[in-house]
Design a protein around this ligand. Structure first.
Ligand SMILES: Cc1cc2nc3c(=O)[nH]c(=O)nc-3n(C[C@H](O)[C@H](O)[C@H](O)COP(=O)(O)OP(=O)(O)OC[C@H]3O[C@@H](n4cnc5c(N)ncnc54)[C@H](O)[C@@H]3O)c2cc1C
Length: 462
């Protein structure tokens, strides 16, 4: 158990979790069930979305499955409670890769699925009046070096030529205008697209509270220590926890970077990766206006992401410049109880360094934390039935980019569980489907391939 990536105690405190915590944060439903129809492992964005969609689907069918959510720590204490809060579809990188490695259909699917999240989450927030600081805006992706600008532009052009509709949303600013358009010092090009930002902890707490009100059994502080490798003769899986054993017909793994602790076959397929994030505070109640969210690209391996908050503060994550070379500090690390030491001061003076008009703002870092992502070997999430384990499902491996992927992935899994649909009968992008081929692939993890290239480039420069 020691080397398995189970959530660790004493995680660093993110800004999102530093204020008033929700009543359900450490909630345990009164009865600890011994048997349910569905166990969801994890109460993050995936787990809460799974519960939401399972309930929606069964409401339509007038059926009633018993559901339990088992969460190792507090509700929304994983990546979702410690991320950048940026719901930004990626209109070019992944679609461009999908077009190159697959075809137009695959590219169209991945990019439009991500854009659908803007409307799906926006509609949900409006319909249920969720107090989660949701803001629909544009994200400006700023290139501070020419190669990134040229590569993104080339991808954009190839997607436009291929007729991928979602790229219509992207607007390109050349070297001539990028710095004025973005307000970022030294910008060499910029791309903007529709995006959103929000307070993830509040969204997830709302979904969990609604699920509990509708009868879902929520057990926080209840790590699942194992799931049987075979179902019993009645098709039930045995789920072990320190608080008791549960039998379930269906188990859905919404455990993201921690998945391989319970599903060892995913050990090289969904690898825990540690990231670092911060909140920058300004003493002035009205700091220079940032109306957009941002990505800042400094090199092929270095980029930061940033959202402005309605209270005038900024949430910024990234900082790879300071730690990417040290593979063990991030790749394979599931320890969010400590900072990545070499990057802990990266965010100090960030706004002053990069944004025009912020030099005298007095902006300073007041929170720095880490979180664990699930990086997949081919860059796409694993969604659907776990190969060779009928009745076990996975909705995990969202890399550093879960906000525009997990909610509707969970809807597809709910359709498989409640309506008995096959993955191809849902709107799940085919590249996301959990399959034997992907699980058995011997290709090197994309992050390691990228790291090798980074190291040889670094050596060449020394
Ligand atoms: C620093 C950082 C910044 C990020 N910024 C962004 C961003 O701005 N935009 C974006 O789109 N994405 C971002 N991401 C990625 C995004 O947060 C994730 O993709 C997304 O939150 C994944 O949601 P999830 O529910 O799958 O995982 P998680 O939120 O990690 O939830 C998994 C849950 O499962 C629980 N669990 C695991 N194992 C067990 C077990 N054995 N028993 C019981 N419970 C278990 C964990 O405790 C956890 O609560 C960021 C991630 C990090 C770490």
């Amino acid at each position: 158990m020691a080397n398995k990536p189970f959530p660790v105690p004493n995680s660093t405190t993110s800004f999102w979790r530093s204020g008033d915590l929700h009543d359900l944060d450490s909630y345990q439903s009164e009865v600890f069930p011994s048997q349910v129809d569905v166990v969801i492992v994890g109460a993050g964005y995936a787990g809460a979305s799974l519960a939401h969609h399972l309930l929606e689907k069964q409401r339509k069918l007038d059926s009633k499955l018993s559901i339990a959510i088992l969460e190792a720590r507090e509700a929304c204490s994983g990546a979702t409670g410690r991320n950048g809060g940026h719901l930004k579809p990626d209109p070019y990188s992944r679609a461009g890769s999908a077009l190159r490695t697959h075809d137009k259909k695959a590219a169209e699917e991945v990019v439009s699925f991500e854009f659908q999240h803007l409307k799906a989450i926006g509609d949900l927030v409006k319909r249920e009046n969720i107090d989660c600081d949701f803001v629909l805006t544009r994200a400006t992706d700023v290139c501070l070096y020419d190669k990134a600008r040229d590569e993104i532009k080339a991808k954009l052009d190839s997607l436009t030529t291929a007729g991928i509709s979602a790229v219509d949303d992207v607007f390109y600013s050349s070297e001539r205008t990028a710095e004025a358009v973005s307000g970022v010092k030294g910008a060499r090009g910029a791309f903007s697209c529709t995006s959103a930002h929000l307070y993830p902890y509040k969204l997830i707490s709302h979904l969990l509270a609604k699920a509990v009100a509708e009868g879902v059994n929520l057990q926080t502080h209840t790590p699942v220590t194992s799931v049987s490798s075979q179902p019993d003769s009645e098709g039930l899986w045995t789920i072990e926890t320190p608080r008791g054993r549960i039998e379930a017909k269906n188990v859905i793994h919404g455990s993201n970077g921690y998945t391989s602790a319970l599903l060892p076959e995913f050990q090289d397929k969904i690898v825990p990766v540690r990231g670092i994030c911060s909140r920058i505070f300004t003493p002035d109640a009205r700091p220079p206006l940032l109306s957009n969210a941002y990505i800042l690209r400094f090199s092929d391996w270095e980029y930061d992401y940033l959202i402005p908050r309605t209270d005038g503060s900024i949430v910024v994550g990234g900082a790879r410049r300071d730690y990417h070379h040290d593979l063990n500090s991030w790749f394979g690390s599931h320890d969010d109880s400590s900072l990545i030491e070499s990057a802990s001061e990266y965010f100090d003076g960030y706004m002053q360094r990069h944004f025009h008009g912020w030099e005298e703002s007095g902006a300073k870092t007041d929170h720095v934390w880490t979180g664990i992502m699930g990086y997949t070997s081919d860059g796409y999430p694993f969604v659907g039935e776990v190969p060779r384990k009928p009745g076990q499902y996975i909705c995990a491996g969202f890399n550093g980019h879960g906000m525009p992927q997990a909610f509707l992935s969970a809807r597809a899994v709910a359709a498989m569980v409640v309506e008995g649909r096959k993955p191809e009968e849902t709107d799940l992008p085919m590249l996301y489907r959990s399959s034997h081929e992907r699980l058995d692939s011997e290709k090197q993890h994309v992050s390691l391939t990228g790291y090798d290239a980074f190291m040889s480039d670094r050596q060449a420069r020394i």
